[in-house]
Design a binder for this molecule. Structure first.
Ligand SMILES: [Zn+2]
Length: 550
């Protein structure tokens, strides 16, 4: 018998929580063809996994890779942790679907998350268009949600008016199209533009096209109004619509500690709906500075915001919401302009003091200078507070990662220049631009769950950790025949060292790859080998656009 690749002598953790066992994995083409003793078999390539774990590729169910994947075909910060599939278009805000009116608004609005510029817009409109752009053009597989605000703004603009019957029909039709294109369900972000104006009833109606496929209602709930009330609203929407519910980046707060939220999940949520949630394994968060603006500035769309920012009353309200923020421990992670990049890494307090005047004025001016594109990272909070969520049986991992790296340049023929190591090695590095100070979750989330959470904190077994990263999210988000090391299934495979795997990214120095992952295969092709990215991935690239349950 002959294989393309044999991964031999490893311990297989298959992604189902079953205890590890010794075995070789034989791969032909994009599939796992045989598991067992393959010492007598031929192979074009043999990978020695002695002393290592062989596991299914990991699925990141929440991230902001949407735009980065278009221009960073290999997001090494993710594959170096073992991620092989990205589920994009979270929080109800993304780049598709759009129409010629909404496209420039979304590109402008999302700059702090994805950094796409208008000149990079190539004319896509539907969700299917966007997924086609990524198919075979990325190192990782991609699944998508239908982002709700994109759909709503196409039907009825950016304001707070309740959609009329005709507009509601357009919304439902567009979501149905997204499901046909292979979306996993609907993503919503009820603290974000457009959707902050939507009612519970509106969401129930919008979810009708999800029922047949049992697509997921995935929600960043109204956290600003209180976590528990927000989660209850999501459960109500799922129960009334008759679909599963998944909560995005669920955490406790000082007012609503983890125990209280988990009690509600165990006693109510899991009995009312098919329920799951994700969170990244860090207590501090990261968000856009414009997230703190009063909702009324968004009523004419993102391109209309700047003129509201000169208003006295808006600056006052913004100043008041800044009082809820720990200014001393919130840092400026990234800004769009070279001029202000010297402020990356400074705390908001330092920036405000340097500028002088009121906090609301200093930061409203910064938003005007940056065309709204300012990303923040919060650094206060104890990571141990996340542990009860990580240990919960309904938890899976979502990094919520935001990249902001100098961009890898695709070379002719689809090969990817690997930016790996110093930022100055990147061909797109512009001298004078300082490095972003993004949240370390982009680089460290999976390694934290497999390493420190298992070895040091002993929250769960390694078999359970792998399940939370592979088998569980793949099944939940409909990545069919993925998420397990199983004969006949796709060869998305990770080889890692259980003794050494750990995160290294910090708030002060976030651009540090995790260590301990030796090899990563996507659809049977190596993207990481011997602990480093494969320099030339060929054309097409190994990643595919996947469809829900297909
Ligand atoms: Zn969110």
């Amino acid at each position: 018998m002959s294989f393309d690749i044999i991964i031999e002598n490893g311990q297989i953790i298959d992604g189902t929580k079953t205890k590890r066992y010794a075995g070789d994995v034989g791969i032909t083409g994009d599939r796992i063809e045989k598991i067992g003793d393959l010492s007598g078999a031929d192979a074009a390539q043999r990978i020695d996994a002695r002393g290592k774990i062989v596991a299914p590729g990991f699925v990141d169910v929440h991230n902001h890779s949407d735009g980065w994947l278009l221009k960073t075909p290999h997001i090494t910060s993710k594959t170096m942790q073992g991620f092989t599939t990205e589920v994009i278009m979270a929080d109800g805000i993304s780049y598709a679907p759009v129409n010629p009116h909404t496209a420039p608004e979304w590109i402008y609005y999302l700059r702090a998350l994805n950094a796409l510029r208008l000149e990079e817009y190539s004319g896509w409109e539907s969700l299917a268009d966007y997924m086609t752009l990524l198919d075979g053009k990325t190192a990782q597989n991609v699944l998508t949600h239908v982002p709700y605000a994109n759909v709503r703004t196409m039907a009825c603009g950016w304001g707070r008016e309740v959609p009329d019957d005709y507009q509601m029909r357009m919304i439902v039709q567009e979501i149905a199209l997204g499901m046909e294109a292979g979306a996993v369900g609907l993503s919503t972000g009820l603290d974000y533009i457009s959707q902050c104006f939507s009612s519970t009833d509106e969401f129930v109606e919008a979810c009708a096209p999800l029922v047949e496929m049992q697509g997921l209602y995935v929600s960043h709930v109204r956290y600003k109004k209180g976590t528990l009330a927000g989660v209850k609203e999501a459960v109500e929407i799922g129960r009334r619509a008759g679909i599963p519910v998944h909560i995005s980046h669920l955490k406790g707060t000082a007012a609503e500690p983890a125990e209280e939220i988990i009690r509600y999940i165990d006693e109510v949520a899991v009995n009312e709906v098919d329920f799951s949630f994700e969170v990244y394994p860090y207590m501090p968060g990261s968000t856009m500075l414009n997230y703190l603006l009063p909702y009324e500035v968004w009523e004419n769309g993102p391109l209309g915001v700047l003129r509201h920012l000169t208003r006295e009353d808006i600056r006052d309200q913004f100043g008041q919401s800044l009082q809820q923020m720990p200014l001393e421990t919130t840092t400026i992670a990234w800004v769009a302009s070279k001029e202000n990049s010297e402020h990356q890494g400074k705390t908001l307090r330092e920036f405000i003091d340097e500028r002088g005047g009121l906090a609301g004025d200093a930061l409203a001016d910064l938003l005007i200078e940056e065309n709204l594109a300012v990303l923040l990272v919060l650094t206060a909070g104890e990571d141990d507070e996340i542990d009860p969520f990580l240990s919960h049986p309904n938890f899976m991992l979502g990094t919520d990662g935001i990249l902001h790296e100098p961009v890898d340049v695709p070379k002719k023929g689809g090969d990817v220049f690997e930016h790996f190591g110093s930022v100055k090695d990147s061909p797109s590095y512009t001298s004078g631009t300082l490095r972003s100070r993004i949240h370390p979750r982009q680089y460290g989330s999976a390694a934290r769950v497999l390493g420190p959470a298992v070895r040091v904190k002993q929250l769960f077994s390694l078999e359970e950790a792998v399940y939370k990263l592979s088998g569980y999210p793949a099944a939940r988000f409909g990545a069919k025949h993925r998420g397990e090391v199983r004969v006949g299934w796709f060869a998305d495979v990770v080889v890692f060292d259980a003794e050494t795997i750990t995160d290294r990214a910090t708030y002060a120095d976030p651009h540090q790859h995790s260590i301990g992952v030796d090899h990563v295969l996507v659809n049977g092709r190596l993207v990481i080998t011997n602990g480093a990215p494969v320099p030339k991935l060929g054309n097409p690239l190994p990643g595919r656009s996947l469809k829900f349950k297909e």
